[in-house]
Write a protein that binds this ligand. Structure first.
Ligand code: FES
Length: 288
């Protein structure tokens, strides 16, 4: 693409201003198209016109109003004579042609840059809603909730035989991806040691941990009852159920979060609160 050859300073000013205004219109069009749902090809064309308009306008201004002569400066003497300094100063101040409508050019360029900058802020909306506390809480938050099987039936301690494991969710949230929980009935006298402060989180020998691996989020589902170990099938992380589900092998670095349990008046198992920690893969502000 070649830049147009303005015939005079006035024509160059009008052409440059027209380029900037075209860029302004394209940038506004870009914002409107994005706001109305977006259309990739149209957005690309608008962005190209906006950037091209600004570039073309700057080229026109440069060619029309800036000195266009090649100058070779002798290296000696280093200090320029006063007459040369005065001539250079005069050249820079006057340019090739006087800019009669400087305000028009500055205003139109400013409008183009402002509109383009504003339109480029719009895609921030594409980042989606703020997660808020959504990554730190599960549907267990906010009070006592029964734990239920996938079909919604609640669980009594007698439903879980020794060495048994079942997957449960908070009642009404069996589709919650962050809430699957393993209820595990460990053997009596197997050496279960609750973490400090969690002494009352179990029902007899039934303990509950998040089923989501703290490595990269696979479901932890293999229980070796004799050793009290939970295995993740994805990368073989192994968690010691008897010691707060701390990882003893594999890439997972954090314990499975524990769920506090109790019984309701009807004898069903309930969670008395949310997990001990955010569930799933590593979290920048998790401590364990
Ligand atoms: S996801 Fe469990 S070990 Fe990798």
């Amino acid at each position: 693409m070649t830049s147009p050859e303005p015939t005079s300073g006035g024509a160059a000013e009008r052409l440059a201003a027209a380029c900037f205004l075209l860029a302004t219109a394209a940038a506004i069009g870009l914002a409107v198209v994005y706001w109305r749902g977006g259309q990739t090809q149209l957005e690309g064309i608008m962005l190209a016109v906006a950037l091209g308009g600004i570039g073309m306008g700057i080229v026109v201004v440069a060619k029309a109003f800036l000195p266009d002569e090649e100058a070779t400066e002798a290296r000696e003497p280093l200090a320029s004579p006063e007459a040369e300094v005065a001539k250079l100063t005069a050249d820079l101040e006057s340019g090739e042609a006087p800019v009669a409508r400087r305000r028009v050019l500055v205003a139109s360029l400013g409008a183009a840059l402002t509109a383009l900058g504003a339109s480029l802020l719009f895609p921030i909306r594409s980042l989606g809603p703020r997660p808020g506390r959504g990554l730190k809480t599960t549907p267990y938050e906010g009070g006592r909730k029964r734990v239920v099987r996938a079909d919604g039936t609640p669980v009594r301690p007698a439903d879980l035989p020794e060495d048994g494991v079942i997957t449960v969710w908070p009642e009404g949230h069996t589709d919650a991806a962050d809430a699957p929980t393993l209820l595990i009935h460990v053997r009596p006298n197997q050496g279960f040691r609750p973490r400090p402060g969690r002494e009352g989180w179990t029902i007899g020998n039934i303990v509950a941990y998040s089923k989501i691996c703290t490595h990269v989020g696979c479901p932890v589902g293999l229980y070796q009852a004799a050793e009290g170990l939970l295995l993740c099938p994805c990368h073989q992380s192994t968690f010691n159920v008897l010691e707060g589900a701390r990882p003893i092998f594999g890439p997972a670095a954090r314990s499975l979060p524990q769920l506090p349990l109790a019984l309701d008046a009807a004898g069903y198992i309930v969670a008395t609160g949310d997990f001990s920690d955010p569930v799933g893969p590593g979290f920048w502000d998790r401590e364990r």
